[in-house]
Design a protein around this ligand. Structure first.
Ligand SMILES: Cc1cc2nc3c(=O)[nH]c(=O)nc-3n(C[C@H](O)[C@H](O)[C@H](O)COP(=O)(O)O)c2cc1C
Length: 347
């Protein structure tokens, strides 16, 4: 999460009216704590206009008791955007959704996949997979207070409930509340003994279980997630399920999304930006947050991967990682980019 705000710059783009239902976008960028904050989302929107973006997880009780503008504020250009909520109390989740409605999110997503201790102590996240009826009731409570889609992000299982039949049983129970989509991280979460990070690498990927779920329940919208890193992999998954969610690759290699609008959302190729355009569009944003008294580092850190796998990427990262970025973010950004070859900047 970001540090506490001083004053938040106002939205810089006109409101894009969003219908209550926008179907299942074929590609989305996963909710990631400390990563998919509003600055990352603003940045990645310079690269892809259509990909569905998720917030970091925000707990229902934080929304009820905390600083709402800080937790829920975002720039209008971030649409379409899904607010991911954590919680296990139907009343609290419904209250959080009612509060969030004023902010115009396009979708609400319930976190049933996060395995961290902190989340388990609140008995939500992945451990809710052991309580499918509860998840059904949470979805129903959220749906009762909004016309926007309510979706669920979960694992294929947790320790002790690891079989495909357990997954199917979970989905069949939760579907009674009619969530608009199931996003399935194709690994179980091991709740005893593995850290959240290990839980994203150690349990084996079981894509076949997700494909089978789509085959067995073709009427449900199924999105697959877990270690998907290339457009060719996205293509392959899309031939078997409705949508693909990308996490770490979207953060570490954001330019992966440069072709996504044209390839999956039917955007005209001419509407695409170059990396130079992206940087130019980020400069006023940087200046604005800097002028509002925010550390520019909070914005710049999300841009470090812009030249991943390109010559000059190491120097670019180094140039942006020094303390001077907070004093003169625009100047430091301009200098950092000057080390990148034009054919990379303008590709
Ligand atoms: C740093 C980090 C933070 C994450 N935070 C969340 C979160 O807040 N909510 C959630 O549902 N999943 C969270 N995840 C899991 C991702 O959404 C995703 O399911 C996981 O990284 C697997 O996708 P990937 O292999 O494409 O990265 C997080 C992952 C990372 C790497």
């Amino acid at each position: 999460m970001l540090e506490a705000p001083r004053s938040l710059p106002k939205a810089r783009h006109p409101v894009t009216p969003q219908g209550p239902i926008f179907g299942t976008p074929p590609v989305s960028i996963a909710p990631m704590m400390e990563k998919t904050d509003r600055h990352y989302r603003y940045f990645i929107r310079r690269i892809t206009r259509s990909t569905l973006l998720y917030t970091e997880m925000v707990t229902a009780s934080a929304i009820i008791h905390g600083d709402r503008d800080y937790l829920l504020g975002y720039d209008e250009s971030e649409h379409p955007i899904s607010l991911q909520l954590g919680g296990d109390d139907p009343h609290e989740l419904a209250r959080a959704v009612r509060i969030a409605e004023a902010y115009g999110y396009d979708e609400y997503n319930l976190n049933v996949g996060c395995p961290s201790d902190r989340v388990q102590n609140g008995s939500f996240g992945a451990c809710l997979m052991a309580r499918p009826e509860r998840v059904r009731d949470l979805v129903a409570a959220m749906r009762a207070v909004t016309a926007k889609p309510v979706t669920v992000k979960h694992r294929i299982g947790i320790d002790g409930r690891e079989s495909y039949d357990d997954l199917l049983g979970f989905v069949d129970t939760v579907r009674c509340a009619e969530p608009a989509r199931f996003t399935v991280h194709a690994r179980i979460a091991v709740l005893s003994g593995l850290s959240p990070k290990e839980n994203r690498t150690v349990p084996p990927l079981r894509y076949d279980d997700v494909y089978r779920l789509k085959r067995d329940r073709p009427d449900l919208q199924i999105e697959i997630n877990g270690h998907i890193e290339t457009l060719a992999q996205i293509d392959d998954h899309l031939s078997r399920v409705d949508a693909v969610m990308i996490g770490r690759a979207a953060y570490d290699n954001p330019w992966l999304f440069a072709d996504v609008d044209a390839r999956y959302f039917g955007a005209a190729p001419g509407s695409l930006s170059t990396r130079r355009d992206v940087v130019e569009q980020m400069l006023p944003y940087l200046a604005e947050w800097h002028a509002a008294g925010w550390p520019a580092r909070n914005v710049v850190r999300h841009m470090l991967g812009l030249f991943a796998f390109q010559p000059g990427t190491r120097k670019f990262k180094q140039a942006l990682s020094g303390p001077e970025v907070n004093a003169d973010p625009v100047g430091v950004m301009r200098r950092a980019v000057s080390g990148i070859r034009p054919e990379v900047l303008d590709a």
